[in-house]
Design a protein around this ligand. Structure first.
Ligand code: PBE
Length: 268
């Protein structure tokens, strides 16, 4: 008698790209014959990582820099082997890059950037009165605002934490001057924001990856094989286009994920 395929639970963070990738994983698992559930917008990085360790979820989309600088901050990860070992000690495996980077960038509306001559993050040092608005997670992360402020010796004290989406509304409404964007956000172009050069090289490389529970390889090999078809399969403009389809054109994450599988990966 055939055993029923192991159900696969997918998680995603509270922003559009993560939900699109989560939906893509759900469809891939289904396609591989596994019942699958997507717990969309479960929370921030810490919540997703905890859910993965506890087995509440089996897999979620993450970013390499987040893994190294935030999740495993303080560990010796000086070689790929050490990173591998740190993950496997926790029963976790990582895919290769999905093919794109989504890093943090500091951004300013173009007219203001021109008026103040802002090109590099260092240039912010001369303008202590600027109003900063960052996603709440960035305000607290090891690779976020505290470190950025220290590295660049930034003097601003008007700093607000909001949901990532609200940051763009704050900029559009003129309530904020400077914000942190994710580089695959479709709003960067839409709102005419200038990304400042990270002249002191503060931000990490944030390649999109998949983190999954190691036992999935034995218990759901077809699903893992399907997930790994995403390795190298999505470039940054494609991801930004998908984010824009949801955020600016009103498509659903499900629709966009299904389109990626049929058009991008050639799956039905
Ligand atoms: N991000 C941008 C990150 C890190 C850089 C939002 C993709 C994340 O950890 O979710």
């Amino acid at each position: 008698e055939e055993s029923t395929p192991r159900p696969v639970t997918i998680g995603s963070k509270k922003f559009t790209e993560s939900v699109i990738l989560g939906e893509t994983l759900r469809l891939l698992a289904l396609d591989a014959g596994h019942p699958s559930r997507h717990r969309a917008e479960l929370g921030g990085t810490r919540i997703l990582w905890g859910a993965l360790l506890s087995g509440e979820i089996d897999i979620y989309p993450e970013y390499s820099g987040t893994l190294v600088r935030e999740i495993l901050a303080g560990e010796d990860l000086s070689s790929p082997e050490r990173l591998e070992a740190a993950l496997s000690a926790r029963g976790v495996r990582s895919s290769a890059s999905l093919g794109f980077e989504n890093t943090y960038a500091i951004a300013v509306p173009e007219p203001l950037a021109q008026q103040l001559g802002l090109r590099r993050i260092s240039d912010l040092r001369e303008h202590p009165d600027l109003r900063l608005g960052f996603s709440s997670e960035f305000l607290e992360r090891a690779d976020g605002w505290p470190g950025l402020r220290q590295r660049y010796r930034l003097p601003q004290t008007r700093v607000q934490g909001l949901d990532h989406d609200l940051v763009y509304r704050g900029i559009a409404a003129g309530h904020l001057d400077v914000t942190v964007v994710y580089t695959t956000d479709a709003e960067i172009a839409r709102y005419g924001l200038r990304m400042l050069d990270d002249d002191l090289g503060y931000f990490e490389d944030y390649q999109a990856i998949l983190l999954y529970r190691a036992e999935l390889a034995e218990e759901a090999p077809a699903a893992v094989a399907a997930f790994r078809r995403l390795e190298g399969a999505i470039d940054a403009p494609t991801m930004a286009g998908m984010n824009g389809a949801v955020k600016l054109e009103g498509d659903s994450e499900q629709t966009v994920a299904a389109r990626l599988l049929s058009e991008g990966l050639g799956l039905e």
